[in-house]
Design a protein. Structure first.
Length: 330
């Protein structure tokens, strides 16, 4: 906090009570909700761990004089750090949510900071051209506009939606960007295009995955695992079967993992007292077979190939990951 300025946390509470702001955006955000509110559906925004914001900027290798695009304004915390580091004239921050941009602008103004803030679907055209683009939302594929809006020699930092993969890449003269998957891990909410997310699974597929009788019923080769808590496994699964949703239930000595995909594929594995699981699965992908192949690779090679993989992003947004003999195209 600068000398002579008000406590920004106290100021923020006053801003939240401003009736004109509430009227404009509607009481749809947590800071405007009543204590008894029980929202439904997916969250559309979340607060990022401050150290993770710093980590993403460190991966950007930001230098004096750089023009920075901060994708995912959120609370405005990262935008404030960038503006203090580079100067407000060197920072542009965008978010698809008008309320978040409005609230962040008020917070930043209370700190005496006035970087450029805009309501933008960052998967489309960008409001300028930049030396650095750092995103705290996940994307897949990398938007074409990001390479168009990145100067030659500029550096991009983002995460791949559905994974914990941080990708860094620098733009070449031919418009291609080359880089790598960093050894660090980070997970951000998927970039969205409007007020909410579309349904990720067809109606009823979760219940089918939990209770249905599979077209194939077998014994699994490996124990049941909570995929969401195994970050590298979850990331590799989303590379091999993009869009797969997973869940895990533990009830005493009974453990169940289920997988489901928008194409109708699903799988469920249940183990009792630590025994190998009974697996039900249906649909074109054989999702448990995909998961078992990933786990077999891990045992055979000692690790999965994601971390440290080389990255090539073409001007049309195609992203290719490569490490040793392994290759994946996003």
């Amino acid at each position: 906090m600068r000398d002579g300025q008000a406590d920004p946390s106290r100021w923020a509470m006053t801003a939240y009570r401003d009736r004109s702001l509430i009227t404009r955006v509607g009481a749809v955000h947590a800071d405007l909700a009543q204590p008894e509110a029980r929202p439904q559906g997916k969250p559309t925004s979340s607060a990022t761990l401050p150290s993770l914001i710093v980590k993403m900027f460190q991966h950007g290798r930001i230098a004096d004089g750089d023009q920075l695009l901060d994708v995912g304004t959120g609370s405005g915390y990262g935008t404030a750090l960038a503006a203090l580091r580079l100067g407000e004239d060197h920072v542009t921050s965008v978010d698809v949510d008008p309320y978040l941009v409005d609230a962040a602008r008020c917070r930043l103004d209370g700190l005496g900071l006035r970087p450029q803030l805009e309501v933008v679907d960052a998967t489309g055209p960008l409001p300028g051209v930049y030396d650095r683009i750092v995103a705290t939302v996940g994307v897949r594929p990398v938007p074409v506009s990001w390479l168009e809006g990145l100067k030659t020699g500029g550096r991009l930092v983002t995460t791949i939606s559905g994974t914990s993969l941080i990708v860094t890449a620098e733009k070449l003269n031919d418009g291609t960007a080359l880089g790598q998957v960093e050894w660090d891990r980070a997970g951000f909410m998927h970039a969205r295009h409007g007020d909410d997310y579309a349904d990720d699974l067809p109606a009823g597929l979760r219940d089918t995955a939990l209770y249905g009788e599979g077209e194939a019923v077998t014994t699994g080769d490996y124990p049941v695992v909570d995929v969401q808590e195994a970050w590298d496994l979850a990331s590799m699964l989303d590379i091999e079967a993009p869009g797969t949703v997973t869940g895990y239930i533990e009830d005493g000595d009974v453990r169940t993992t289920w997988l489901a995909h928008p194409d109708g594929s699903w799988a469920r594995a249940t183990s009792y007292s630590g025994q190998l699981p009974l697996v039900h699965q249906s649909g074109p992908q054989g999702l448990w077979d995909v998961l078992d192949r990933i786990r077999s690779y891990w045992l055979q090679h000692g690790e999965l190939p994601l971390r440290g993989a080389r990255v090539r992003i073409t001007p049309d947004g195609q992203t290719v990951l490569r490490r040793g003999g392994w290759r994946a195209t996003l």
